[in-house]
Ligand binder design. Structure first.
Ligand code: DGY
Length: 321
């Protein structure tokens, strides 16, 4: 029997995914789940036909340039590929794939959680219950804002954005969106298209960021754009921290221009932003948009489908480079 292709797996994957990997490939697993440094990654990739990484590994042009020639495909366990310099991969002729679709529901769930958590001051309330500082109740106590019936602005109406819209309709929210291309009318389900981010922001009582981080979208939510939003608006980000000018967001949260923010992603990960964490009007999670068992299995299987296609001489379904 021919040798199985060698796949370097950079992080601990769900058991069912590792079992399928072990059946079909010569899998170099990472049972300790320790993050590999770039040098360690390159060293471990010697002799591998493929790498199955997460967004925690940064494939800069330097790293891509130093990958051994035997590596033919990088099958990401993520939909986002901002950790991969795609031009560098193209130059090397290494195929790159991602895992779209399978995490849209999970990420939309977290977006709704963040909207509610930020609007209804869930972080403050939770901290109060844990530190024993709840002393009183009055009509003025812990008053937040409703999301029901509010105008939701979505930037990035791809698979995740459309799922957020679908869930938000359950709260009778009026859906507005900005996207590079307008959706077909049948896919809008009544959502109102804006031809510019600026006009979208002026009516967004709640803003949800759902676009990828690319050179064009970095710092998309700048001080100037935050100033366009209605006073007391809510900002939610489940996409990537790089979309937001975090200093500008901190200033807007301090002034009350933005009433609250619900964030799952940060410019610095892991760790986040201590200035944001120090603000009472933030509801914060540690990049867990796709973190449920069903989704993590599905992401792993999708990455394996891409590897299977490549090694069976078929075009991988989710090729991005
Ligand atoms: C993704 O798939 O891009 C998530 O952010 C997890 O990496």
């Amino acid at each position: 029997m021919a040798n199985k292709p060698v796949v370097l797996v950079t992080r601990k994957l769900p058991d069912a995914v590792e079992a399928r990997l072990a059946k079909d490939y010569d899998a170099l697993l990472n049972p300790s789940d320790a993050l590999y440094s770039p040098d360690e990654l390159i060293e471990r990739a010697q002799g591998s036909d493929a790498i199955l990484p997460c967004h925690t590994e940064h494939f800069t042009p330097d790293v891509v340039g130093r990958l051994p020639d035997c590596v033919k495909i990088v099958a990401n366990f993520s939909v986002g590929v901002d950790h991969c310099n795609l031009d560098a991969f193209r130059t090397r002729g290494i195929i790159v794939t991602n895992t779209p679709d399978v995490l849209s529901d999970a990420t939309a769930e977290i977006a709704i959680l963040l909207m509610l958590g930020a609007a209804r001051r869930a972080g403050e309330g939770e901290r109060m219950m844990r530190d024993g500082s709840w002393r009183d109740w009055s009509p003025a106590f812990m008053v937040g804002s409703a999301i029901t019936g509010k105008r939701l602005g979505i930037i990035g109406m791809g698979r995740v954005g459309q799922t957020v819209a679908k869930r938000a309709r359950g709260f009778d929210m009026e859906i507005h969106y900005f996207n590079r291309n307008r959706l077909a009318e049948a896919d809008e389900h009544g959502a109102i298209f804006h031809g510019s981010i600026e006009t979208l922001l002026t009516i967004s009582d709640v803003l949800s960021l759902n676009c990828p981080a690319t050179p064009e979208t970095i710092n998309l939510l700048s001080a100037e754009r935050l100033a366009l939003m209605p006073d007391g608006a809510i900002v939610v980000n489940t996409a990537r921290g790089a979309l937001v000018d975090e200093s500008a967001l901190v200033a807007a949260l301090k002034s009350g221009k933005i009433a609250a923010a619900g964030l799952d992603v940060y410019r610095t990960e892991p760790g986040g932003n201590p200035e944001i964490a120090a603000l009472p009007n933030t509801f914060l999670l540690p990049h867990i948009g796709s973190a449920n068992r069903e989704t993590r299995d599905a992401m792993g299987f999708r990455a394996l489908d891409n590897l299977d296609a490549y090694f069976a001489d078929r075009e991988p379904g989710d090729r991005v480079a």
